[in-house]
Design a protein around this ligand. Structure first.
Ligand code: 13P
Ligand code: 13P
Ligand code: MG
Ligand code: MG
Ligand code: MG
Ligand code: MG
Length: 360
């Protein structure tokens, strides 16, 4: 029987500001999943990065399952009651609807799910980022599954040598397209390089087996406003025909620039950090990513192992801090601040209105 891994996440109130999740919310999520998920879930772990709660769940119901999505929705709702009582910042911010309608997608929370046959050994990494957007995974996914300078398995592992397929979502027009690599590498990169519009939804082996899936979802329909740019998660299966754990982590050793950070309106380096260090406070950031490793055993989540706690990422952290210092000196100027049409906040319409008689 196949197993499904579902990671569903939401920001339902920050402690303090947008920096972390209050421990009472984590306890409540733990309690709710434990009680209401008893007959539904094989296993679960409640975790967080920055101000986002992440529910990592295994079950036998398949992806897009109404009962599982409802369980996550109700868990976030009961946490929101506590967030309101504690007057946490932006209580309930990611719950965009009043009533659950069968699938949590499009209702605010982020979702990454995959169903597969559990292998004799099933190492999995759940990446979770705060203060950035789903396009942040484009560069690392390209490196993991298509760049032989990152992933030597593409060259020397006969089971990886034929390459992988990338499913890419156009976040504006809500269309998707699949590229077969390495044959279509250059076509793929035309899109992946524009990470604010095109984002990798999933990666497959050439035989169709799922390898990676992200929480990328269309942004235009959600609440009729620009809210899809949100703190994303990514699941990557590893080893035995897939990237080794170290190959999946390696792209984060050189911090790339992602959109997000302060007010969702700035470019900044994404810092790989341990769970303990995943509390973004400097200028509400810089953006950060944690990587939790699990071994699945008959659906049980053995772990997590806090993979970026390794001292070998210290230099990446140092480099990210230097890049952050440099970018911060640019203040309100691009390319630190995002272009006008990509900012989550803007005062442009009001300022234009005030000045309209003086513009000629
Ligand atoms: P081990 O020899 O430690 O199992 O490592 C194999 C491997 O895949 C390393 O990437
Ligand atoms: P979050 O998306 O993590 O809530 O951050 C929003 C923000 O405005 C940070 O400055
Ligand atoms: Mg958010
Ligand atoms: Mg927040
Ligand atoms: Mg957040
Ligand atoms: Mg955000």
């Amino acid at each position: 029987e196949k197993i499904t891994l579902s990671v569903i996440k939401a920001d339902i109130g920050g402690f303090v500001g947008h920096s972390s999740v209050h421990p009472e919310l984590l306890q409540e999520a733990e309690k709710t999943l434990g009680q209401r998920g008893q007959d539904l879930l094989e296993d679960f772990k409640v975790t967080c990065v920055g101000d986002d709660i992440n529910l990592v769940m295994t079950h036998r119901k398949g992806i897009d399952n109404e009962q599982i999505h409802k369980l996550a929705w109700e868990t976030f709702l009961s946490c929101t009651r506590i967030a309101r009582r504690l007057k946490l910042y932006g209580a309930g911010q990611d719950l965009l609807s009043d009533a659950f309608s069968g699938n949590i997608k499009g209702m605010g929370p982020g979702v990454a799910e995959m169903e597969f046959e559990e292998r004799p050994s099933e190492p999995i990494i759940v990446f979770m980022a705060d203060k950035t957007e789903p396009g942040a995974w484009n560069l690392p996914l390209y490196k993991m599954f298509a760049d032989p300078f990152n992933t030597i398995g593409l060259v020397i592992d006969p089971k990886m040598h034929e390459g992988f397929k990338f499913e890419v979502l156009d976040l504006i027009e809500n269309k998707k397209v699949t590229f077969s690599c390495p044959e279509e590498l250059y076509d793929l990169l035309v899109f992946l390089g524009a990470a604010n519009r095109y984002a990798v939804k999933a990666v497959y082996r050439k035989n169709g087996e799922i390898a990676a899936v992200s929480s990328t979802q269309r942004m235009n329909l959600m609440a009729g406003r620009y809210v899809g740019k949100d703190d994303p998660v990514l699941i990557v299966r590893c080893q035995n025909g897939l990237p080794a754990v170290g190959e999946a982590l390696e792209p984060f050793s050189n911090p790339h620039l992602v959109a997000g950070w302060m007010r969702g309106s700035h470019f900044g380096p994404i810092i790989p950090v341990s769970q303990k260090e995943s509390t973004p406070t400097r200028f509400d950031g810089p953006p950060r990513v944690i990587a939790l490793g699990f071994q699945l055993a008959e659906g049980k989540l053995i772990g997590p192992q806090d993979l970026f706690a390794d001292v070998a990422y210290d230099r990446a952290r140092q480099k990210a801090l230097e890049i952050a210092d440099y970018l911060r000196q640019l203040g309100p100027f691009e390319p630190h601040r995002l272009p006008l049409d990509e900012m989550e906040y803007t005062s442009m319409p009001q300022v234009m209105e005030k000045l309209k008689d003086r513009f000629n």
